[in-house]
Ligand binder design. Structure first.
Ligand code: ST9
Length: 106
């Protein structure tokens, strides 16, 4: 593995660990859209392109998850890892920006 690939993998692992260790309920409530975006990128990065068949009518959550993953098509694992990390930085920045200024300086 080349050095940039290793670096990309390391950053991805760190981002995954952060997200897995967040409490389920906290002051920040990710939207379904955000959760699905992370989900699709995670699956693509770890398992590669989605090859399973789309869940049926009785599994709407499964269908949303499947759609989020399969939408990424043949995106490479490395690109998915990079996007996952970028997405996390973006969301983290949004969370920081949403903190009222007086709380930031307190
Ligand atoms: C709060 C504190 O309020 C302050 C917030 C600071 C914010 C910092 C900014 C960072 C960005 C945050 C973005 C959150 C996005 C959430 C994404 C969720 C997908 N990534 O084993 P299962 C797959 S905090 C993506 O049943 P676990 C796994 O392969 C308050 N997908 O569940 C499986 O697929 P399938 C807000 C992942 O292990 C499916 O998910 N707190 C990841 O019990 C279910 O896996 C939160 O938002 C991954 N890292 O839970 C909590 N890992 O179904 C966010 C596994 O196909 N974290 N998968 O088999 C969680 O919800 C969970 O840790 C979890 C894994 C869903 C990621």
């Amino acid at each position: 593995m080349t050095q940039p690939e290793e670096e990309c993998r390391r950053r991805f692992r760190a981002a995954v660990d952060v997200i897995q260790s967040l409490p389920k309920n906290g002051s920040y409530r990710p939207s379904y859209e955000v959760m699905l975006r992370f989900y699709g990128l995670y699956k693509q990065a770890v398992f590669g392109p989605c090859r399973s068949s789309r869940p049926g009518f009785w599994d709407p959550v499964g269908r949303y998850k499947w759609d989020a993953w399969s939408r990424l098509g043949e995106m490479s694992g490395e690109d998915a890892m990079t996007e996952y990390v970028e997405e996390m930085k973006k969301v983290a920045q949004e969370v920081i920006d949403s903190v009222p200024v007086n709380k930031k300086t307190a």
